[in-house]
Design a protein around this ligand. Structure first.
Ligand code: PLP
Length: 411
């Protein structure tokens, strides 16, 4: 149990501020949570795209970007789209989610996960989070389904609402992989599709396999605050060519391929990623390995520095996983929200951007009436987690004494 007395704001707050400043080399200006970074090739590729005149919905960079994403995620297929939310909506649709179905998602996620479910015509069904990796709590979901779900042939229904449950969306929180094997087994038992919300987890691996490649489909985001950015953008990845083909069709106005005729065979979307954004994406993907190494170095450095503090725990990657450490995270040994607010105030007053985790989605007014399980772990995490500066370039400013002690060989 964490008790509020374990966290002393004056003692621990000041130590936390000092540790962060020490790790990132006592910066003189405001430090954002996560900044985009561009290499010289970004200028070259974006300029090449402008010079070619092909900035919009047709061009070579979209195809190249899709190939590069598939390679980065070890999938055979990728479809680039306008943002991660649109990617998730379409992934759910092509994976068989029908209007009025329920889709199981964690309550502790960014609002886009739930919005995409609603955009697909379905209803979010919120479940609890795992205490260690903050992702969907698989065992708790198992017992929740035992209580409320009923198998009818190949399908699963919620006995309370009468609606079909058709999919699960695990989300890899801050880049830390969900324990996917038990989740995939559970989904199989209940005949549910698995669409990974890997928006935060590009480059993270679970048992050596890329996040995004583990379910029927995975979804990425290239928003400005993610590990790589295309300005705005997203992608669907999968090993199933039919799902990819359907996703491509639905995101490009369902136009039937023809040299000149405008034939369309479904009501669809204009969600294709513009060539200009894809050009930026191609240059960013070249940086991925380097970026992840830097972010892992920064995390390692925080982990060592925070190991000696009492009121706080620095969150490290789950066993058998490699995390991209998208956002570095502290768990405070208090669940008293006013202590957390004090700490956030102190850090931000001292030019260190820090922020709490998302408000649990089942509490937001538009989702208040959605079905849900008990969310006791998530409710506690909501009070305890804060994110601290995580930009890859901060690793370049690491205090010299720390660089020598880095142990990059640890899992
Ligand atoms: C960023 C994010 C998204 C959505 O991405 P956009 O590109 O901003 O639409 C979805 N889910 C999670 C968990 C995210 O962090």
């Amino acid at each position: 149990m964490t008790r509020s007395e374990d966290f002393d704001f004056v003692r621990d707050g000041t130590s936390i501020l000092n540790v962060i400043n020490d790790v990132i080399g006592n910066p003189q200006a405001f430090v954002p949570l996560h900044e985009p970074e561009f290499s010289p090739s970004s200028w070259d590729m974006v300029k090449d795209c402008l010079d070619s005149g092909w900035v919009s919905s047709i061009g070579k960079y979209v195809d190249r970007f899709e190939n590069d994403i598939a390679e980065a995620c070890s999938t055979s297929q990728a479809v680039a789209v306008v943002n991660g939310t649109a990617a998730l909506q379409v992934a759910l649709m092509v994976c068989g989610v029908q209007p009025n179905d329920e889709v199981i998602i964690p309550s502790l996620t960014f609002v886009a996960t739930a919005n995409a479910v609603v955009h697909a015509g379905a209803v979010p069904h919120f479940v609890d989070s795992n205490q260690n990796n903050f992702g969907l709590a698989v065992e708790a979901l198992q017992s929740h389904l035992n209580t409320i779900a009923e198998r009818r042939g190949e399908e699963t229904y919620n006995q309370i609402t009468g609606r079909r449950i058709s999919a699960i969306v695990p989300m890899h929180v801050f880049g830390h992989p969900v324990d996917m094997d038990p989740l995939l087994a559970l989904a199989k038992d209940y005949g549910l599709s698995v669409v990974e919300d890997a928006a935060e987890a590009l480059g993270s691996t679970y048992k050596g396999r890329a996040c995004g490649s583990l379910g029927q489909m995975g979804v990425l985001s290239f928003n400005g605050n993610k590990i790589l950015t295309t300005g705005g953008g997203g992608a669907l990845v999968t090993n199933d060519p039919n799902l990819a083909k359907r996703a491509k069709h639905l995101t490009t106005t369902a136009k039937v391929s023809h040299r000149w005729a405008f034939e369309h065979d479904a009501v669809a979307f204009n969600y294709r990623m513009p060539n200009l954004n894809a050009a930026l994406g191609c240059s960013q993907l070249q940086e991925l390995n380097n970026r992840i190494n830097q972010k892992r170095q920064l995390a390692q450095s925080y982990a060592q520095a925070f190991a000696h503090l009492e009121g706080v725990e620095f969150i490290q990657e789950p066993p058998n996983c490699q995390s991209n450490y998208w956002l570095n995270t502290l768990r405070l040994k208090t669940d008293n929200p006013s202590q957390r607010e004090h700490l956030l105030g102190l850090l931000n007053d001292h030019q260190i951007m820090a922020r709490p985790v998302w408000t649990l989605l089942h509490r937001l007014p538009m989702f208040a009436n959605c079905p849900k399980s008990e969310c006791t772990v998530a409710e506690k995490l909501e009070m305890q987690l804060i994110n601290i500066p995580s930009s890859a370039h901060l690793a370049g400013d690491l205090h010299p004494s720390r660089i020598q002690t880095l142990d990059l060989s640890s899992n």
